[in-house]
Design a protein around this ligand. Sequence first.
Ligand SMILES: Nc1ncnc2c1ncn2[C@@H]1O[C@H](COP(=O)(O)OP(=O)(O)OP(=O)(O)O)[C@@H](O)[C@H]1O
Ligand SMILES: [Mg+2]
Length: 508
Amino acid sequence: MDENVLEMVDIVKVFPGVIANDRVNFSLKAGEIHALLGENGAGKTTLMNILYGIYRMDSGVIKVDGRKVTIRSPRDAIKLGIGMVHQNFKLIPAHTVVENVILGSEKNGFILDLKKSGEEIKNLASSFGLKVDPFSEVWKLSMGERQRVEILKLLYKNVRIMILDEPTAVLTPQEKRELFSSLREMSSKGKSIIFITHKLDEVLEISDRVTVLRRGKNVATKVTKETNKIELANLMIGRPIIFEYSKNPQKLSGLVLKVENVRVLDEEGNVRLKGVSFSLNGGEIVGVAGIAGNGQKELAEAITGLKRVSSGKIFVRGKDLTNASPKKFFDNGVLFIPEERLGVGTAPNLSIAENLILKSYDNKLFSGPVFLNFDAIQKFAEKLVKDFEILCSSVNVPVKFLSGGNLQKVVLARELGNIINNAGGNVIVAMYPTRGLDVGATEYVRKLFLKMRDEGNAIIFFSEDLEEILSISDRVFVMFDGRIVGEIDSSEADVEKIGLMMAGSVAS
Ligand SMILES: Nc1ncnc2c1ncn2[C@@H]1O[C@H](COP(=O)(O)OP(=O)(O)OP(=O)(O)O)[C@@H](O)[C@H]1O
Ligand SMILES: [Mg+2]
C-alpha cells in the first residue's frame, strides 16, 4: 500500500513580510497517520489551509490519487474527500449533534429525518469508536465530545483524508487516549490522517511518518519508528532541547500563602469550591492537576482577588487578604497568568512592543517625566522577543499578523516579563502556562519557573498535562469536584494514580 493518495509539491505561500510556506513538499499514503510537526509559526496551519481550500497558494501543485487538482474552497476539498478539523471548532451550540453533523451535507436533500439520521450517525460513530450521543445539544458537550462531532461530520461526508489541527490541545489525557484509538481505527479502515502538532510524544505515539517544518521550509520527512524525540526536537528547532529538568535542591523560605477552608459560589449559587485549604512556601512549585471545570479556575481567581469567597480565609505572608481587590493582591506580590490570554490579552492593531508593555506603562523604566521612553520600551521588547523566541520580522509589527502560538507567547512574555526581575517572596499563579506553546517556548517558561522558585518565589500552576506537572513541580495537588482530593510529593508521584484521582475514582 505505497500509493500516495495525496502529494503537495513545491507549495509556496507568501504573506506580507513572511514566506509562510517556502517550496514545501508533503505526501500522504492511504491508511497512513502522518504527523506535521513544527514550532509556532512554522507554517503548518497555512499548508493545511491551502489543502482545504481556505488559502490560495502562490505556486505549487496538489495531486490527489496522482491527478493534479485545483482546490478553491472547502467545498472543493470535501468533494475530493479532504476534510479538516480546525483548532477552534465551528459547531452551532444550540443544535443537536445530528443537526450539526448533517448540516451542509448533500446526502439529505430537503427532507430531514432526524431520527433516521440519528441512528445512522450512531452506527457510524460506534464503528470508529467515537462516543457521542447524537441527540444531545452541542452546548452541553465537553471539548472532547465536540471534537468527536467535528470528526463525525467529516466521516459522514465520506472524507478519506482527514486533517486535524492540534487536536489534543483541548483534551484530557483520557480523551486523548480515546481519540488516538479512534484514529487508529480510521487508519485501519483506509482513511489517511494528517495530524498537526508540536508535541513530540504525540508524534512518536500515533504517527507512521512525520514531516517537520521549520520557518516555512520542510526540513525532513521521517518514518516515525526510525527516529526519536531528540532528533525530532533538533530538526524542529534547530538546536538541542532539554527534556529532563535538573532541579536544584529545594530551599524553602517560609510561608507566603495560606488558604483556609475556602468556598466559592458561582452566579447561580452553586458551590464550585467546596472548602479548600493549603499552604505555599517561598521556593516551591506546586502543580495542580485536574480536568478543567473541577474548580481550578475558581481557586486561581479566589487566591488572586478576582473572585469573592463565600467563606474561608486567605493570607499572604501573614496578612489577611480575604476578599481584597485584585490590585491589593498584586501589590502584595500575587501575580496572575490567566487562562483567557487571547480574548482579554491583546490589542490586535498595536505592535508587539506596545502589547508587551500594555500592563506596565506606568513602570518607571518606561516613562520619563512627560513621555514614554521609547528606547527602553524597544530594548525591553527585543529582549522578550528573543527570550521567548517570538517569530516576527520586528517588534513593531501589529500582533494580528502573528501565528496562534506566537500570539500566545507575546501575552505570556508580557505577564512574565513584569516579574522576571523580581526579588522573590512573590506568589505566581499560572493557568495552563504552556498551552499552545511550542517546545522552545515551553522550555523557556519551565526554566523561568524553576529560576523564580530558586529565587524564593512560590509558584502554583494549573495544567492538564501530567508530564509537565511532574517535570517541574515539587508537590502535586489533584483537584476534583471543587476539592483538592490528593496531595503528592512529585518524587513519589505515579501518573496512573493521578489520572484516576483526576477522574474522581480514588481518594488520596
Ligand atoms: N492571514 C495571515 N496574514 C499574515 N500572515 C500570516 C497569516 N496567516 C499566517 N501568517 C504568518 O505565516 C506564518 C506561518 O503561520 P501558521 O499559522 O501557518 O503557523 P503554524 O505552524 O500553524 O503555527 P502555530 O503552531 O503557532 O499555530 C507565521 O509567521 C504567521 O505570522
Ligand atoms: Mg497553527
